[in-house]
Design a protein around this ligand. Structure first.
Ligand SMILES: [Ca+2]
Ligand SMILES: [Ca+2]
Ligand SMILES: [Ca+2]
Length: 300
């Protein structure tokens, strides 16, 4: 039997953002790759002690004709301050969502779509402007072709802390071998990324595999853990939650900012009156999950 616990979070008063502070965009070189990074200038942020970070497979945002964007944005707004979105099919769909979220929110997609063989998607992030600033974002360079959908790297600052989200949508396909290989290389990437000053790299997305499978060993060797345990069913079956595919990984030695709290949105009960097929059609075939960081002490 599937038990999903919803964490009920206090609702924080939000102030509107200063409209005179329009982000400016410049290009620079990232510390760990030579790819182009877009840097967005700082905006003032409101003091808040927690940052609720989520990941959600959007099920073809921008293409799905049955999606209820108003409800979709409500799910985000109810539980999160920052959400990494995968399976964003086009930027038009992404910016329609952003519009629906309203003026307290901002967001970006990766500069290019990732994929192959005619299937391409964007990674995107949406975030509350008074909680975090987006400092830079890029697609991770992949000269050895380790991933079909190369990870996105979105770096943020809060009022005290800073961190980067590595968004991933692991290949699906008929065989699991390639999925495990991609996951294993992500674990290797986690080791390469921490050579710079920033150590808070949080990996999140749709891994298309249970956290029990062999690919995750490279993460564990590098001190990473699965914040939700790796076996939480996050996809929507016909009458119950099905596969444990969505995960968030971090290294507590570096990311002591993680409070240990997690978020699981029991989407079907909360937004679809228990109707799985309705939820699948109006929202997504995945639920969003999240973690909560304490935005108090910056240790790197
Ligand atoms: Ca590639
Ligand atoms: Ca940091
Ligand atoms: Ca840290």
């Amino acid at each position: 039997m599937n038990k999903l616990l919803k964490i009920f979070l206090p609702i924080f008063a939000l102030s509107s953002c200063d409209p005179s502070k329009i982000p400016t965009v410049t290009e620079s070189t990232s510390a760990f790759t030579s790819s182009k990074t877009i840097e967005v200038s700082s905006q003032p942020i409101q003091q808040k002690k927690e940052i609720r970070i989520g990941t959600w497979n959007t099920k073809r945002l921008g293409q799905s004709k049955t999606k209820d964007l108003k409800l979709f944005s409500k799910v985000i707004n109810d539980s999160f301050d920052v959400v990494s979105l995968v399976e964003v099919m086009n930027q038009e769909g992404f910016f329609n969502l952003l519009k629906e979220l309203g003026p307290e929110w901002s967001g970006e997609t990766t500069q290019r779509a990732v994929g192959d063989n005619g299937y391409f998607e964007f990674y995107g992030v949406v975030y509350r402007k008074n909680i975090v600033n987006l400092k830079s974002y890029e697609v991770v360079l992949d000269p050895r072709d380790l991933w079909v959908r190369e990870p996105g790297n979105f770096c943020f600052s809060g009022s005290s802390i800073d961190f980067c989200l590595i968004s991933i949508h692991i290949i699906y396909g008929n065989r699991v071998g390639p999925r495990d290989a991609e996951i294993s290389e992500l674990g290797n990437l986690s080791q390469q990324l921490i050579t710079g000053k920033e150590k808070d790299y949080i990996f999140l997305g749709d891994f298309n595999r249970s956290g029990k499978t062999p690919g995750f060993q490279s993460f564990f060797r590098n001190g990473y853990l699965l914040t939700q345990g790796g076996q939480l069913n996050t996809t929507l079956g016909r009458t119950m939650y099905a596969n444990p595919y969505d995960h968030i990984l971090l290294n507590r030695a570096y990311t002591s900012e993680w409070s240990g709290k997690t978020i699981v949105v029991d989407m079907v009960s909360t937004y679809c009156e228990g109707n799985f097929s309705l939820c699948n059609s109006k929202l997504s075939d995945h639920i969003p999950i999240g973690i909560i960081l304490d935005d108090i002490v910056d240790d790197d």
